[in-house]
Design a protein around this ligand. Structure first.
Ligand code: ADP
Ligand code: ZN
Length: 526
């Protein structure tokens, strides 16, 4: 370790105590902060509440030069600036919402070297006027928050983020730290490639939040189910997520009429109302916020005791981020997802409306993963963590519905799995689940006849399951890693794990009840 680094680490520890009042780093923070202080571009992946801000705020304080913090949301930036100012750290924002006086004042503070941390939206920082100002300043560090927005493979792609690699080129001497709470392996690759971060400079804190109880229930009488769930947590703070603004308004009103202290929150409300309602929630004047996904980013309320998903989320990243807002104080919190096939149909309908073929495929893939989680009978935590690339967890959590519900025995679906897998193999590992299911069920679709797949030994050997049941099975096979889905065209391929099941060396245990529920559910979805 170099002397300068050692002294920087020492000043970082000192600042941790003196500025932030914390006794020690969290286990995941230390290596990240050391790396950044050492001038190594770094990718930090931590769950919501994991303590990402400190990973750039602290180097920002220790470095002599300026630290740029790129963040997508103005409200989030303002929050952080306020918090830093309370800690006597010189921080400011540049954005178009400032008065010209404030803007000039902030510029002066930046140019004079007084400001330590400067918060900007990606589109602001890339303006040529801003770049030329910053070129005259010693930019020591570039922190890119919500870095998953850089990747088209993520669930929140933002085109402005795509340009951020230019920043890295403009300020080649500055060290880059990218941070995100939600990044699948594919998205992580994208971030590293675009921001010149090497393989060994990626740090991933565990995504496990053991204090969250995770449950999925069939959506039958959602309002009754919601009330029963809320009533388990009287006078405690909770968030209810709905898919649409009208759904939010409707549910909030119903709850109010039934005597609950609930308020709505969505992007259709004016900003005054939004900040008022958010404030009331944070300060416990209301118990419940009924919201669209617009609610939550940057809200630091530690004692949210439950999160209810009234509708099916569109993807696992969003779902995990939303339930992550519960129990940030480390105490137990409950998360319930109401899962109905009608919601699946609605999401599919949205996807069908998408113009961009690539976006369409991605959205379909994301929905497939979400369904696999909802339909799974395995430990939910294992399925979730596997999705985020944590594959080293083998023990069931005993803190989710599937772990605790002993009645729901998984059935032996080995023979079905074998049929499905061998049909993938025989059709050349190029086709999607729907096609495979059609072959198994002996469909006379033109494409199947053209490909002469009606001549295969796996043709028409699977009429005992409905098409939907085969689709469910395929998601289970993906979730358990026996097959992979090619990202562009959705074709299925076998993985090494498939071999054991195909050869009869390992059983495939999964749900049959749920599959038949799929079959009998009345839904337009196909
Ligand atoms: P994230 O941005 O990852 O969601 P934050 O940076 O908002 O998380 O941090 C979450 C909470 O953890 C904050 O209240 C923060 O003050 C606290 N925190 C962060 N680092 C530490 C630490 N080393 N010791 C104690 N508390 C910490
Ligand atoms: Zn579990």
């Amino acid at each position: 370790m170099s002397n300068t680094k050692m002294s920087q680490v020492a000043s970082a520890k000192k600042a941790l105590k003196e500025v932030f009042g914390f006794d020690q780093f969290r286990a995941s923070q230390q290596p990240i902060i050391e790396n950044v202080l050492d001038g190594i571009n770094t990718l930090a992946i931590m769950p919501t509440g994991g303590g990402k801000s400190l990973c750039y705020q602290l180097p920002g304080i220790v470095f002599d030069g300026l630290t740029l913090v790129i963040s997508p949301l103005i409200s989030l930036m303002q929050d952080q600036v306020r918090q830093l100012k309370e800690l006597n750290v010189s921080a400011c924002v540049l954005n178009s919402a400032l008065s010209s006086q404030e803007y000039q004042h902030n510029l002066d503070s930046i140019v004079s070297g007084h400001t330590k941390l400067l918060f900007l939206a990606p589109e602001t920082v890339l303006q040529s006027s801003i770049i030329s100002v910053l070129k005259n300043v010693d930019v020591a560090c570039i922190a890119i928050d919500e870095a998953h927005c850089i990747s088209e493979w993520g669930h929140e792609f933002r085109p402005e983020y795509r340009q951020l690699h230019q920043l890295v080129e403009h300020f080649a001497k500055a060290v880059v730290i990218a941070l995100t709470a939600t990044a699948t392996p594919r998205v992580r690759e994208d971030i590293k490639r675009q921001l010149l971060i090497s393989e060994d400079a990626e740090f991933m804190a565990s995504f496990d939040r053991p204090n969250l109880y995770i449950e999925v229930a069939h959506k039958e009488k959602p309002y009754q189910q919601a009330k029963a769930f809320i009533n388990k947590h009287p006078k405690q703070s909770g968030i209810i997520y709905c898919q649409s603004r009208s759904g939010v308004d409707e549910l909030a009103t119903k709850l109010q009429n039934d005597g609950y202290k609930a308020l709505p929150y969505h992007a259709g409300l004016n900003s005054q109302k939004r900040s008022d309602y958010q404030h009331k929630f944070v300060y416990d004047d209301v118990d419940i916020i009924v919201a669209t996904i617009a609610f939550g980013m940057g809200i630091n309320k530690p004692d949210v005791r439950y999160v209810l998903h009234y509708d099916l989320p569109k993807n696992i990243e969003g779902y995990y981020q939303q339930i992550g807002r519960a129990g940030r104080d480390g105490l137990n919190a409950d998360c319930l997802l109401l899962f109905g096939y009608g919601d699946t149909g609605k999401i599919r309908y949205f996807i069908d409306q998408m113009r961009d073929a690539q976006q369409k495929r991605l959205a379909t893939m994301h929905l497939g993963h979400m369904l696999a989680l909802a339909e799974s009978q395995e430990c939910r935590r294992i399925v979730l963590l596997q999705y985020f690339g944590e594959t080293n967890i083998s023990q069931d959590c005993q803190h989710c519905d599937n772990c605790l519900n002993e009645g729901k025995e998984a059935s032996d679906l080995t023979v079905h799995a074998q049929k499905f897998l061998s049909c993938i193999h025989r059709t050349g590992q190029r086709f999607g689940a729907s096609y495979i299911a059609d072959v198994l069920r002996g469909s006379n679709a033109e494409k199947i006849l053209q490909n002469q797949h009606n001549l295969l030994s796996t043709y028409n050997i699977g009429r005992e399951l409905t098409k939907k049941q085969w689709m469910t099975l395929s998601r289970q096979l993906i979730a358990k890693g026996l097959i992979e889905q090619e990202e562009i065209y959705g074709g299925l391929r076998l993985t090494q794990l498939a071999g054991d099941v195909l050869k009869g060396k390992a059983p495939f245990l999964a749900l049959l009840q749920q599959a038949s529920a799929v079959g009998s559910a009345k839904t337009k979805a196909t």
